[in-house]
Structure formats: structure tokens, C-alpha cells
Design a protein around this ligand. Structure first.
Ligand code: PGA
Length: 241
């Protein structure tokens, strides 16, 4: 795992966007794996700027998002559908028919999840996947556990994730307890992975990753040590604490 340390979150986003832009310029019909949360926002801002000022062209791009809450409407401001439109899609020239986000309201979540992995394969696989890291070491919504899921599927959120997400909801009862997420194999099958972390809250997990290589299902992000093309971009606050 290659580690890049940047001054702050804005610079972290720019480094990530640089890698994405390189990918898009060398293969205009790339398949992008995208993430939500606060971490990718500076990266999306930079990609939007590159589109506007440097003609970075998304017209042939296909996207697959990592995850979505179960039971939240797509128009809800806390849904990841809403987030992606707001933070990225409406600022670039991506063709809306090429966008894929897991459907947390699908009638049959298990069937949908299976199809989602098939659609990724049909699109040729993910060329580059963007990831954030949970404070507990989750990626997507693959929470620390004895066993991890391989393909896309339904998961119960860890209490620590529910607590971390509570800041976005008015009342605790509204915080989703379940989600649909790409599984570990779906993520690991991406040809290239860019994973980012910023802020002191991520220091403990970044410190472990920057120490020695290890594998633990109790820290799903550690499985990325098995990936041959993974870049971790962290800001000084996450790296130094
Ligand atoms: P954050 O979430 O970007 O909002 O910190 C990251 C994650 O939980 O994967």
C-alpha cells in the first residue's frame, strides 16, 4: 500500500482527484467506484473544478457507488443518492443513465445485490475505486466482524457507525440501522484503489495501517494490504494525530 501524506483535507482531495483524472484521461470510458461521507467531498470538488476549467470529460464514464442505507427515500437529504447528485453528479457531464447506486428500497434486496455485482462485471469491472475509512476500520459498510461478506449484500450497521452517522439526523430513531454495500470481493476486484482519510478522528486507524502490514476481519480496511494497486492518501491530522 502506497501512502501519500498531505497538509490538509483539501490537498488530500486534490491528490485523489489527480489519480482519478489520470485514469479518466487515459481511458475515457472508465468505470469508477464512488464513495460518500465527508472524506470524498474535497476530491469531488476538485473533479468538478477540473471538469469546468480543464475540460475533464465524464461523458463516457460509468459509475458504481459503494453503498446506500436501507429504508431511506432517494430524495431524503441523508440518502447517498441525494449526496452524489449534490456533491458530484450535478457538477459534471456524466450521463445519468450510466450512474449506479445500490437501491436501499428494492423490494428484494438480496436479488438486487446479486444483480449489482453482475452489472459491475457486465460493465467490465471497476477501473478505480474511491474509499473512505470508518473510525472502526470499515470500508463501504463492511463492519468489523468474524466473517465478512464477499459480494454486495445487506448488512447491519455497527453501533459505532450508527453513532457516527447520528450527527446527520434530527432524532436518533431516524438513523438507519441497515445498509446495502459492496462486499469485500467486489471492492478488492477493482483494478486500482484510492483510499482517503482526514482529521484526528481517523488517526488510530491510520496509525495501524501505516505501521506494519496485517490482515484482520476486525479491521476490514486491512484486507487492502492484499491489493496490488492501492494508494492511501491521508492528511497530517490523520497521520500524526
Ligand atoms: P466519513 O466516513 O468520510 O464521513 O468520515 C467514512 C466512512 O465511514 O467510510
Amino acid at each position: 500500500m502506497k501512502i501519500i501524506i498531505t497538509k490538509n483535507a483539501q490537498e488530500m482531495g486534490k491528490e485523489g482527484a489527480k489519480i482519478f483524472a489520470e485514469q479518466i484521461r487515459s481511458k475515457p470510458d472508465s468505470v469508477l467506484g464512488l464513495a460518500t461521507g465527508s472524506t470524498p467531498i474535497p476530491c469531488y470538488q476538485e473533479l468538478a473544478r477540473m471538469h469546468k476549467e480543464e475540460n475533464l470529460d465524464f461523458s463516457k464514464i460509468t459509475t458504481f457507488n459503494l453503498d446506500e442505507y436501507i429504508g431511506i427515500s432517494e430524495s431524503d437529504a441523508n440518502s447517498y443518492h441525494y449526496f452524489m447528485n449534490n456533491e458530484l453528479f450535478q457538477h459534471i457531464n456524466v450521463d445519468l443513465k450510466n450512474i449506479h447506486i445500490p437501491d436501499g428500497n428494492a423490494e428484494d434486496i438480496d436479488l438486487f445485490a446479486k444483480q449489482y455485482d453482475e452489472w459491475i462485471q457486465f460493465a467490465g469491472g471497476i477501473d478505480i475505486q474511491l474509499l473512505g475509512i470508518g473510525e472502526n476500520g470499515h470500508i463501504g459498510f463492511n463492519e468489523p466482524a468474524e466473517e465478512l461478506m464477499t459480494g454486495t449484500g445487506r448488512v447491519q450497521l455497527a453501533q459505532s457507525t450508527i453513532n457516527a452517522n447520528a450527527r446527520f439526523f434530527d432524532i436518533d430513531e431516524e438513523v438507519p440501522k441497515e445498509a446495502i454495500t459492496m462486499g469485500m470481493k467486489t471492492i478488492m476486484d477493482a483494478k486500482k484503489i484510492v483510499i482517503m482519510a482526514s482529521g484526528v478522528k481517523k488517526h488510530d486507524v491510520v496509525k495501524r495501517l501505516a505501521g506494519k502490514e496485517f490482515l484482520s476481519t476486525k479491521m476490514p480496511v486491512s484486507l487492502l494490504f492484499l491489493h496490488s494497486d492501492c494508494t492511501l492518501i491521508v492528511d497530517e491530522a490523520a497521520y500524526n494525530g
